[in-house]
Design a binder for this molecule. Structure first.
Ligand code: TYD
Length: 134
C-alpha cells in the first residue's frame, strides 16, 4: 500500500456487542511494531504537524471523531474518522495534522516502526523539499 487510504474492518458483532480483530500483514498492511493512542484533546488541539521518514501508520478513531489532514508534498486530503470499523492507512513521507477532536475521542495509531525522534520532519518547508527532491 503506497497511498493514503481508508480501510474497512470486519465487525464480528452479535447480541453481546461488537469485536474487531486486527493482525499485522492482514487487516493492517504491515508488521506492527508500535501502538500508541491519544485522548483528552481539547477541541482546539492540533496534533501531528510532522512527517515521518520511515514509519507507516494506520489510525483508528476507537471512540468519538477526529479529522486527519494528510499532504504528500503535492496534494492535500482530509479524512474524518468517526467509526471504530474504519482505519486510515498513511504511508511514510506524509505530512499529518490531526484536529477537530470530539471531547470523547480516542485515536489509536499503529506503526511498523519503533519510536525514533530522528525520523520526524517537523518543518513543513523542509518536508516539501525532501519529498520533491526524491
Ligand atoms: P508527538 O509526536 O508530539 O505527538 P503527536 O504526533 O500526537 O502530535 O509526541 C508527544 C510526546 O510523546 C513526545 O514527547 C514524544 C512522545 N512519544 C513517544 O515517546 N513515543 C511515541 O511513539 C510517540 C508517537 C510519541
Amino acid at each position: 500500500m503506497q497511498e493514503t487510504q481508508m480501510i474497512s474492518f470486519q465487525e464480528h458483532g452479535d447480541s453481546r456487542g461488537n469485536l474487531i480483530a486486527l493482525e499485522g500483514e492482514k487487516e493492517i498492511p504491515f508488521h506492527i511494531q508500535r501502538i500508541f493512542y491519544i485522548y483528552g484533546m481539547d477541541k482546539t488541539a492540533v496534533r501531528g504537524q510532522h512527517a515521518n521518514r520511515k514509519s507507516n501508520f494506520v489510525m483508528i478513531c476507537l471512540k468519538g471523531t477526529a479529522k486527519i489532514k494528510v499532504d504528500d508534498g503535492r496534494k492535500s486530503q482530509t479524512f474524518v474518522l468517526e467509526k471504530p470499523d474504519q482505519g486510515l492507512f498513511i504511508p511514510k513521507e506524509t505530512w499529518k495534522e490531526m484536529s477537530d477532536f470530539s471531547a470523547d475521542s480516542v485515536l489509536l495509531v499503529l506503526s511498523d516502526e519503533t519510536y525514533d525522534a530522528g525520523e520526524y520532519i517537523r518543518d513543513y518547508q523542509e518536508f516539501v523539499k525532501e519529498v520533491t527532491d526524491l
